[in-house]
Design a binder for this molecule. Structure first.
Ligand SMILES: CCC/C=C/C(=O)SCCNC(=O)CCNC(=O)[C@H](O)C(C)(C)COP(=O)([O-])OP(=O)([O-])OC[C@H]1O[C@@H](n2cnc3c(N)ncnc32)[C@H](O)[C@@H]1OP(=O)([O-])[O-]
Ligand SMILES: NC(=O)C1=CN([C@@H]2O[C@H](COP(=O)(O)OP(=O)(O)OC[C@H]3O[C@@H](n4cnc5c(N)ncnc54)[C@H](OP(=O)(O)O)[C@@H]3O)[C@@H](O)[C@H]2O)C=CC1
Length: 284
């Protein structure tokens, strides 16, 4: 169930559409770009490092798809303007924007400086705003479109060690809802996908050995999330499948955020809750 799957949607689901995915040189961004290409979308790949983007583009081309690399930084207006201009020249249209780029560092709130807080807000909130505003200005006010933001589960629960990014992601969700209300009349839909703990290269950047992630994972589905789990939901929202969905915030966390308060399994007898063979009920 957890193995990587490709082409889960119809191969023409996104035919004729152009999609820009930020942070598409790795992790969820790459998985989304690959799967969108397998649905017939033509891709524009955006991140700071060109080499990983070229690798993604090569993977797409090797599978028969079309991809175009536009390096840039979501915090840098000039690089965004350049990217939009190049997309206009190359494809002449942009129908889907996935704001997936982001990142932060772990720190106790008492150790976060104002400069550090601002850096994380810039990377995760302001960057997403700047991309979205530019996509609307250049393409979507005129022709409509769909925007998906990748956030985090922090809208529903506290996430100690991440005060700055929780503030940024909650900001993205609020911004998304308000833009959805304002921009419906332009035919622009906006939604968020909030991932739980997802097994990507990024987890390797935390000071935790890989096996610890398995222990720390609170998904009720007994596995870690995969980049493809997130990609599938992003495509559902971005494509025509989500045609009447806007202003939504979908959690893809394997039930991670179901845990609130006490857990009886820690207090009573854990065996009571063990997985058991079920009878047919006749003798019970
Ligand atoms: C959401 C839940 C789960 C999420 C999972 C993932 O996201 S997986 C993704 C896994 N993670 C990633 O992918 C990592 C991505 N993270 C980053 O790229 C950076 O954290 C960034 C977003 C702040 C870069 O913004 P930038 O280039 O604008 O920043 P800069 O380098 O110039 O620093 C500005 C200030 O920020 C502070 N500060 C910065 N780093 C640290 C630190 N390690 N330690 C302490 N403090 C730190 C410091 O105050 C610094 O000022 P100083 O003291 O130098 O005068
Ligand atoms: N993995 C997880 O468990 C979770 C991740 N998230 C978030 O989901 C998103 C994807 O995560 P994941 O795939 O795991 O992470 P990755 O670090 O693999 O991907 C993030 C990508 O964003 C790009 N990026 C970062 N900052 C910028 C920027 N300022 N401008 C342009 N590109 C940028 C990076 O490329 P480059 O360095 O080349 O610019 C990188 O490829 C991120 O926003 C992450 O914070 C949220 C919840 C959980």
């Amino acid at each position: 169930m957890s193995e990587k799957k490709t082409s889960r949607y119809a191969p023409d689901l996104m035919a004729g559409q152009v999609a820009l995915v930020t942070g598409s040189g790795s992790g969820m961004g790459r998985a989304t770009a690959l799967e969108m290409a397998s649905c017939g979308a033509r891709l524009a790949l955006f991140a700071r490092r060109e080499e990983p983007l070229e690798e993604t583009a090569e993977m797409i081309r090797a599978a028969g798809g079309e991809a175009f690399v536009v390096p840039g930084d979501t915090r840098d207006e000039d690089s965004i303007e350049t990217a939009m201009g190049r997309i206009k020249e190359h494809y002449g249209q942009l129908d889907v924007l996935v704001n997936n780029a982001g990142g932060q560092y772990i720190a106790a709130a008492r150790d976060i400086t104002n400069k550090g807080f601002e850096a994380v807000i810039r990377n995760n909130l302001i960057g997403s705003w700047q991309m979205t505003r530019a996509a609307a200005d250049h393409f979507m006010y005129e022709n409509g479109g769909s925007v998906v933001f990748v956030t985090a589960i922090s809208g529903r629960t506290a996430l100690t060690g991440f005060t700055h990014t929780v503030a940024a992601r909650a900001g993205v969700t609020g911004m998304m809802k308000t833009l959805a209300a304002e921009w419906g009349e332009y035919g622009i839909r906006l939604n968020c996908v909030a991932p739980g703990t997802i097994k990507t290269e990024a987890l390797g950047r935390y000071p935790i050995p890989p096996e610890r992630w398995k222990q720390l994972n609170r998904s009720v589905l007994n596995r870690m999330g995969m980049a493809e789990d997130i990609a599938g939901t992003i495509i559902f929202l971005a494509s025509d499948l989500g045609n009447f969905i806007t202003g939504e915030d979908i959690y893809v966390d394997g039930g991670e955020t179901l845990h609130m308060g006490h857990d009886a399994r820690d207090m009573i007898n854990p065996d009571m809750f063990d997985k058991r063979e079920r009878g047919d009920g006749k003798d019970e």
